[in-house]
Design a binder for this molecule. Sequence first.
Ligand code: PEP
Ligand code: MN
Length: 328
Amino acid sequence: MLIVMQSQAAQNEIDAVCEYLESKSLKSEQLPGSNRVAIGVTGNKKYVSHDEVSRMPGVKEIIHVTHKYKKVSREFFPDNTIVEVGAARFGSDVPGIIAGPCSIESEEQIMQAAEHVKANGGHVLRGGAFKPRTSPYDFQGLGYEGLDLLYKAGKAYDIPICVEIMSVKDVDLFADKCDMIQVGARNMANFDLLKALSKTNTPILLKRGMTAFVEEFLLAAEYILDGGNKHLVLCERGIRTFETSTRNILDLNSVALIKKMSHLPIIVDPSHAAGRHDLVLPLAKAGLAVGADGIIVETHPQPMKALSDANQQLDFNQFTDFMNEINK
Ligand code: PEP
Ligand code: MN
């Protein structure tokens, strides 16, 4: 439930409504908007007198939120949320660009990537240290050593870093070292991990599970907001369908839909969606055209030699062209 206060409502009137709700054991949150304050109410199953609330001084109207998710919805929070990570402002007019290799493979590789991403106007450097590989025999990432290398590269080239987390036990370390923490598609429904991350203040990049419904995706996001972390960016990275001619299908419907349903920024990942370097640019443009707030893209100094996702990573010339096109 959402209680919209009149634009001229006084703070003591707003507080009185919150106190009433608390007396009914409901959780309330004041949501200041551009014109007026709204009060978000969760725990709606408990009794609250509609008449009593609507007659309280300063109350304009009561809106019943019909979705299961509340805090991610635009009904709760009509203005776009902007998430800042270094110079990137996800949710603003300028698309935020996260770029870097799929996996961190060596100091030389990640330093070269950091230099190139920064020089070409990328805002955030990505790189996987703990890789969620389908086969246990594939390269699993350099682990903590990889995280240290990414951290070093970020400092050397003065660019914020984003890295995927796989385990709850690493939350404090990642929150300390990373500017943004990625929750990958395979962990979107790892609710213990989401709850632990919700208690940090570090920006989170939450990727949609490859078979997750939009509602499940938004409910995963709700875990992060409900725990108190408001710095959340969503990412559509391609879903599985009957079509197998590309790795996944970039679900642009859901990007346009989520922009309507939620105030959270959403970016697209054309690299994992297509699985092919030559489709990355057109899909990125399509994502921006339907309202995406940015792009995460894989680039590697020598894609042919990459230890993971070799076919979808842009080489440095391609990345330079990509950035020129996107900046247009
Ligand atoms: C990645 O970003 O390297 C990754 C593994 O992505 P996803 O979770 O979307 O597969
Ligand atoms: Mn990858």
